[in-house]
Design a protein around this ligand. Structure first.
Ligand SMILES: *Cc1c(COP(=O)(O)O)cnc(C)c1O
Length: 377
């Protein structure tokens, strides 16, 4: 969403080169919307979506908690004003010495999905609370998180019993339905799994307290998405269905849904050309591509909304590509992107919904193209 503030900033500051502009007012609105949609859940912002210090400071001031995946992210959240008690170390793949560093910084909540990781946490963060991540199928997610994280529910039971035996506090179960989840009922079967894990643990005398329902809340790109209220209702009714009147504490970890629509990338057309005289698709090369922040166009998974000053004029199918000398640096080719016929070299384009998963993916200056600049206003 290109807000008036973003438009004014780009018009008056005229930043050279591609850059992301994030409107903090939108982040604030998103936080309040999540809070209203799921009033009984604690919000843990997934820092990896966009760790800009201004965003973290705003969310810390609003009372957000933070889901961090590394010691560096934990330090960023602390620096932004979050207390260590509001931080979860949510990565299931951690070095033991990083767990020890997090523990020394006061972090007391850790994700695990294996016996091996439980042993590390028990040694490096004795007595800490742990939650076990269970696999989900990711169906319906435009950016699924695959089988990399989580274990099957039956194993989660064993992992949490083992954690208890090693002196940790077995606190709960987590899952992530997959990012950019557009199916409202995706949380239902994961919550059913969580309930089964709770029951199995109770049979062994261990009372779990918490379900971490992860992220997955979408940003609007080209297609409409259900409202936050609709997600809230679907999740609340799934919670009641599976936990009845013994509702656990719940956590949500929005990343994309918190900042995606707050950011717009300003970019520029570097070249438009064809591969032969009667080529019916035009190639449009931008000054930003896969290595400059648009990594989520991989497999054409995320299709951004691209706004030009010529919108409303006749369009034609275009292949969109980035500026680097790597043939993988093509954004949309399998499904060409309709762009105005009159679009020309030097035109400015605004790539909307780019507040999440852009700057952080663009940390290395591949091919001499600078990492994506970011302005938070
Ligand atoms: C990435 C991540 C999130 C955020 O996911 P979104 O789909 O961006 O909301 C939440 N929790 C964990 C553990 C993650 O790794």
């Amino acid at each position: 969403m290109t807000t008036a503030r973003i438009r004014d900033f780009i018009r008056t500051r005229r930043p050279d080169g591609p850059c992301l502009v994030v409107d903090l007012d939108v982040v604030r609105d998103n936080f309040q919307t999540f809070r209203k949609a799921l009033p009984d859940s604690s919000i843990y912002y997934a820092v990896k979506a966009n760790p800009a210090p201004e965003i973290l400071a705003l969310l810390a001031a609003l009372g957000s908690n933070f889901d961090c995946a590394s010691v560096a992210e934990i330090e960023m959240a602390l620096k932004a004003g979050a207390d260590a008690s509001r931080i979860s170390y949510g990565n299931t793949i951690k070095k033991e010495r990083d767990i020890a560093r997090a523990f020394a910084l006061g972090v007391g909540l850790y994700a695990v999905d294996s016996h091996e990781e439980v042993e590390k946490v028990a040694r490096a963060a004795p007595g800490a609370r742990v939650f076990c991540r269970v696999l989900t199928d990711g169906e319906g997610a435009e950016w699924p998180l695959s089988r990399k994280f989580g274990c099957v529910p039956a194993m989660a039971v064993d992992v949490l019993v083992y954690a208890h035996q090693l002196g940790l506090i077995s606190h709960g179960v987590s899952f992530h339905v997959g990012s950019q989840m557009t199916k409202l009922d995706a949380w239902d079967s994961a919550l059913a799994d969580a309930r089964r894990v709770f029951d199995k643990l109770l049979q062994q005398g261990i009372t779990l307290k918490m379900v971490n329902m992860g992220g997955g809340f979408p940003t609007r790109y080209l297609k409409d998405i259900p409202t936050a209220e609709a997600y809230g209702q679907a999740i609340s009714s799934a919670l009641r269905r599976h936990f009845g009147n013994q509702l656990p504490e719940t956590i949500i970890e929005p990343g994309r849904g918190m900042v995606g629509n707050a950011g717009v990338i300003k970019a520029e057309v570097v070249l438009t050309s064809r591969k032969c005289d009667n080529d019916n698709v035009r190639w449009v090369y931008l000054d930003i591509g896969k290595f400059g922040g648009l990594a989520e166009t991989m497999d054409e998974a995320i299709r951004y909304s691209i706004v030009t000053d010529r919108d409303g004029e006749a369009t034609e199918p275009c292949v969109l590509a980035g500026p680097t000398c790597d043939s993988a640096d093509v954004l949309y080719e399998k499904t060409p992107y309709a762009m105005p016929v009159s679009l020309t070299i030097g035109d400015e384009v605004l790539i909307e919904g780019t507040g999440a998963y852009t700057t952080t993916y663009s940390a290395v200056a591949f091919n001499g193209f600078e990492p994506l600049k970011s302005y938070v206003i």
